[in-house]
Design a protein around this ligand. Structure first.
Ligand code: BJW
Length: 233
């Protein structure tokens, strides 16, 4: 088997499901109660800011109450013990990778515990509610919104992510449905540059056919097994 020197891991809502955080597109998912165009678009926020702030205030509280599970902890161990290049790109806005011990993490869709001032562009760590828009600690304007990438907005950190995808020899996707771009296209990008591609997901995803290998099951089982395999090489 060829050596592994550089790994990119992409994670989605499925890795945090066993920590009690709801995914988006399941039958009991977040979009069932909150239509996506209402809470995850800039137009929805402009239409009804109080509704959107309430949605993210509740999610922020849920994130703070959740604990990392065995899958987050296994990636934390990978980060500590894998001596090659590693980048964990998460679509998740929770901080469970960091609390599971991972350091090499990029949040491409923003972070629940961060607020962004639309007036002065400052970002602040934010653990409490945003409610009806408190003043920005930097400029004093009441223009703070959740620091979240909504549909139609540019995800964060695309340059380092594309650089890592073009240099990795293994791309692993964990707990994501493959419904949202640009993340859904990362597998093809990595494969085009010669990487092996592996999917770990509860069930077949929209992108399964693009992977060299798909393993089906809960992340809390599959991820520790895969990390053991990598570290045993
Ligand atoms: C388990 C498990 C267990 C369950 N163990 N697994 C037409 C074609 C192509 C693209 C577009 C198009 N029209 C518009 C676009 C672009 C658009 C897009 O993709 N739209 C699609 C709907 C088609 N994308 C954008 O607008 C993005 N920006 C953009 O493209 O900018 C332009 C650009 C140009 C060039 C380069 C780069 C950019 C922005 C997307 C923003 C997404 N934001 C959200 C909400 C914010 C975060 C939040 O509120 O939390 O991000 S949407 C939502 O979906 C959230 C997620 O991060 C994202 C992905 O969802 P995820 O994680 O995959 O969750 P689910 O629920 O879908 O799946 C969970 C999976 O886990 C399932 O498969 C389960 O089986 C599995 N699972 N339990 C393992 N225990």
């Amino acid at each position: 088997m060829p050596d592994i020197n550089s790994i990119v891991v992409l994670t989605g809502a499925g890795i945090s499901a066993e920590s009690g955080l709801r995914t988006f597109r399941a039958e009991d998912g977040l979009w069932e109660d909150h239509p996506v165009e209402e809470v995850a678009t800039p137009e929805g926020f402009a239409r009804d800011p109080a509704l959107v702030q309430r949605f993210y205030d509740e999610r922020r509280a849920q994130v703070r109450a959740a604990q990392p599970n065995a899958a987050h902890e296994a990636l934390g161990r990978l980060d500590r013990e894998f001596t090659g290049e590693l980048l964990i790109v998460t679509q998740n806005i929770d901080d469970l990778h960091e609390r599971g011990g991972a350091k090499r993490v990029l949040h491409m869709h923003g972070e629940s515990l961060s607020a962004w001032c639309q007036s002065c562009n400052a970002r602040h760590r934010w653990e409490d509610t945003l409610g009806d828009g408190p003043p920005c600690p930097s400029c004093g304007e009441a223009a703070m919104r959740p620091d979240i990438v909504w549909f139609g907005e540019m995800p964060y950190e695309m340059e380092p992510i594309f650089d890592a995808l073009s240099a990795c020899d293994l791309f692993v996707s964990i707990g994501t449905s493959g419904a949202v771009y640009p993340a859904a296209g990362f597998v093809q990008q990595a494969a085009a540059n010669g990487a092996r591609t592996l999917e770990l997901n509860l069930e077949e995803s929209l992108g399964s056919r693009n992977f060299d290998e798909s393993r089906l099951g809960p992340a809390s089982t599959l991820v520790p097994q895969w990390v053991d395999e990598v570290l045993a090489r």
